[in-house]
Design a protein around this ligand. Structure first.
Ligand SMILES: [Zn+2]
Length: 304
């Protein structure tokens, strides 16, 4: 996803550079359609050539150059109008410097990355816009604030984080999905890839992979395997498909853990209920000491 975003950025920048070069070229053609500009330029070329050959007549050449500049100015042109001058001295407007997005192109890169991650059409919240003051229960507010602070710091450090698997558990409307969404958005805005999928959507991907001919399977699960951050929202609401749901989920969680990628799951189920539904091997990935962190969000439904 990061590679595709970078490719899109470079292509867009190249298109812009080509357009600017074409504009400069068109201005040159238009200016040189003016006889006085054309004549003044011819005179300048003639005198500077003679000066170069003989080493004398520098004054004449400079004089001819000044006349050429004046002829341009009379029609509203300057010499620099005819060449492409990049706005960014670091990347020459290509958007890429040292194999990475240039500073001047960070916002553009994030926009492409958001598109590649499929986050563009998901209205994910920013941490800054989550209004904890709306939570009337003071204990619930304090808890939420604490968890939010932890997650905000987490997304800022990614991928250099100790806990690779996070589980946000709690009843309906306690803010799990909002927080997980904010982690995903903050991650992408820092130039890392992040996917936000409901457990149902992820399950559909598993099924698609499972029912595709072997040769076509490659690539179906690549994004969910390779994303720097994967959010699996509402685990427990998807149907359990035999030979698919549990099997693929376990492999995915293990593969991501092995590769040092972060996974955030949210669920209405308690750890005990998750254990009954997903069995021990999956649950131990979610609750492993040292690599996993579980947050229990208690309290009232905040959407009411
Ligand atoms: Zn640049």
């Amino acid at each position: 996803m990061k590679k595709r975003a970078l490719t899109a950025l470079v292509a867009a920048r190249q298109k812009m550079i080509n357009a600017k070069k074409a504009e400069a070229e068109n201005r040159l053609v238009a200016a040189f359609a003016m006889p006085d500009i054309r004549d003044a330029h011819a005179e300048f070329v003639k005198t500077s050539f003679a000066c170069g050959m003989s080493g004398t007549g520098r004054d004449m050449a400079e004089n001819a150059h000044a006349k050429y500049i004046a002829a341009l100015a009379a029609h509203g042109y300057a010499e620099s109008d005819f060449e492409f001058v990049p706005a960014c001295p670091i990347c020459g407007d290509t958007g890429i410097a040292g194999g990475k997005p240039c500073k001047c192109a960070e916002a553009e890169y994030v926009a492409y990355l958001k598109r590649e991650c499929g986050l563009q059409d998901r209205a994910l919240p920013r941490f800054e816009n989550i209004d904890v003051q709306r939570v009337k229960n003071l204990e619930q507010r304090a808890d939420l604030q604490k968890i939010m602070g932890w997650l905000k710091a987490y997304s800022a450090k990614l991928p250099n984080v100790k806990y690779k698997t996070l589980a946000l558990l709690g009843g309906t409307g306690t803010g799990k999905t909002t927080l997980a969404g904010a982690v995903a958005l903050a991650t992408v805005e820092r130039g890392r890839s992040a996917l936000f999928l409901s457990a149902y959507e992820l399950n559909s991907l598993f099924l698609k992979c499972h029912t595709s001919p072997i040769a076509q399977r490659d690539g179906i699960l690549t994004p969910v395997t390779e994303a720097d951050l994967l959010v699996i929202d509402d685990l427990g609401t998807e149907p359990i498909l035999r030979n698919v749901t549990l099997e693929y989920l376990l492999v995915l969680l293990e593969e991501r853990l092995r590769a040092g990628k972060s996974t955030v799951i949210t669920s209405n189920l308690s750890m005990k209920e998750l254990m009954a539904r997903y069995q021990e091997r999956i649950c131990s990935r979610l609750s492993e000491r040292g690599t996993s962190q579980i947050f229990c969000l208690k309290g009232d439904d905040l959407r009411r």
